[in-house]
Design a protein around this ligand. Structure first.
Ligand code: ACO
Length: 403
């Protein structure tokens, strides 16, 4: 009964049956019209548009609109959306003090997730998720303030003064200026770098029911507000098996370089599963063919390195590892290919970001996807609170001593 399976699932649960699906490899948690992936064919589309076309022709703001509203904006809609975001970039002065409460060496991810959660305290009107105008305002506030929050987390970690946003700049330029600029000093950045970072954000903007997006949906399914739900997603993203992989890749490459650059010895360790060592930035739950985002990132890496005139030995090590993996039975049999994180860290590093900021950059890109999923879930009247079953493996009933 019920093509959506809800009635059947309810019937089975009430009859005492559960399905054990470790890691949800085979269980859909929702219906969604946002992102289409065919992992075997290496296809990724946002709202039907191929990622390759969006990466080449669109902008991060336009893609954000597309993901959240379902259609590409008209020029007027895009101008209005952009202007609204530019108007909301400032953080409340008290929220700025919040950054001072963290230790200087704090990783920026918990700082960023805490600040996003704190937005619910500064904007209690965000708690009214039934009012579409309010949801739109929370969306704009979050898209606008998130780059400021990310830049402030960076400034805090390097002990430099925070810069107010300059709303005459584009989202990416503003973010770069707040991150790398200094008060009363002009900040200039090569438009090619701005374009490349904008494109990387597009590549990260959504990836259907990955760990962090599923977290946003699960938290949001209790009717928790947008800021709090997305703060949960940021925490899920931090893990090295998810968005934290871009930092882990660079650390892995640094370790290989430090130990003399012997990729064969490292690959043998991976294949023998010594100490649980993995080739970070390789493998994906869904892609069993080349990750289409990784293909674009690899080309960009070459372009950025040429543009900046830098040569990074780590890029050669990364290419060497990929070359070995593409011809090695261990990786071929398991269908392990580079994922989006394999080359991104090298580009971020060439742009001047420290390793600890890499996952923050992923979060910056993924934000519109999280928002789109939170909104899609709330707009669906059939949404139920997420509440998985378990297979109980603990003690059977026993008496408390003396009872
Ligand atoms: N290096 C070496 N072996 C690997 C790797 C890897 N990166 N990834 C998977 N394998 C092996 C597993 O050990 C397993 O081997 P087995 O069959 O002998 O037991 C087999 O390939 C299947 O892997 P699973 O772990 O079952 O695959 P799963 O879908 O659960 O995990 C994941 C996917 C988490 C991405 C995994 O490939 C991984 O840990 N990769 C490294 C971390 C990483 O790059 N994460 C970023 C993912 S993309 C993103 O979040 C944007």
């Amino acid at each position: 009964e019920g093509a959506d399976g809800i009635a059947l699932g309810k019937f089975l649960a009430q009859s005492g049956y559960s399905t054990f699906d470790n890691g949800f490899v085979n269980t859909a948690s929702c219906k969604s019209a946002i992102t289409y992936i065919d992992g075997n064919a290496g296809i990724l589309r946002y709202r039907g548009y191929p990622i390759e076309q969006l990466a080449e022709k669109s902008t991060f703001i336009e893609v954000s609109y597309l993901l959240i509203h379902g259609e590409l904006p008209t020029p007027e809609q895009l101008a209005e959306f952009t202007a609204k975001i530019q108007r909301h970039t400032l953080l409340h002065e008290d929220l700025k003090l919040f950054f001072n409460g963290f230790p200087r060496n704090a990783h920026p991810m918990p700082v960023v997730s805490s600040a996003v959660n704190a937005l619910s305290a500064y904007y209690p009107d965000s708690l009214d998720h039934n009012d579409p105008a309010q949801v739109e305002l929370s969306t704009i506030r979050l898209l606008a303030k998130f780059p400021t929050i990310c830049a402030y987390a960076y400034k805090k970690s390097v002990g430099q003064p925070m810069l107010y946003p300059d709303n005459s700049l584009s989202l990416v330029e503003n973010f770069l200026r707040m991150t790398f600029g200094f008060p009363a000093e002009p900040y200039e950045v090569d438009p090619e770098i701005v374009k490349a970072l904008d494109m990387l954000l597009i590549l990260h903007a959504d990836h259907e029911q990955n760990c962090s997006t599923s977290t946003v949906r699960l938290v949001g399914s209790s009717n928790a507000n947008l800021f709090t739900s997305i703060s949960g997603g940021i925490n899920a993203l931090w893990g090295p098996l998810h968005g934290g992989a871009n930092q882990a890749v660079l650390e892995m490459l640094d370790d290989i370089k430090a130990s003399g650059g012997d990729t064969t010895a490292f690959m043998n360790k991976v294949k023998n599963k010594e100490d649980g060592v993995k080739l970070m930035g390789f493998g994906h739950r869904v892609y069993k063919n080349y990750d289409p985002r990784a293909a674009i990132v690899k080309q960009t890496a070459d372009r950025i390195f040429e543009l900046l005139g830098v040569s990074d030995e780590l890029l050669d090590i990364a290419k060497g590892l990929e070359d070995v993996a593409l011809h090695d039975d261990y990786f071929i049999e398991r269908k392990l290919y580079p994922n989006v994180d394999f080359y991104t860290g090298l580009i971020y590093r060439a742009m001047g970001f420290p390793t600890r900021m890499f996952t923050v950059l992923f979060a910056l890109g993924r934000l519109p996807g999280w928002i789109a999923h939170w909104r899609e879930m709330h707009e669906d009247p059939t949404t139920k609170i997420g509440r998985p079953q378990q297979i109980y493996t603990g003690s059977t009933a026993r008496d408390y001593p003396g009872a």
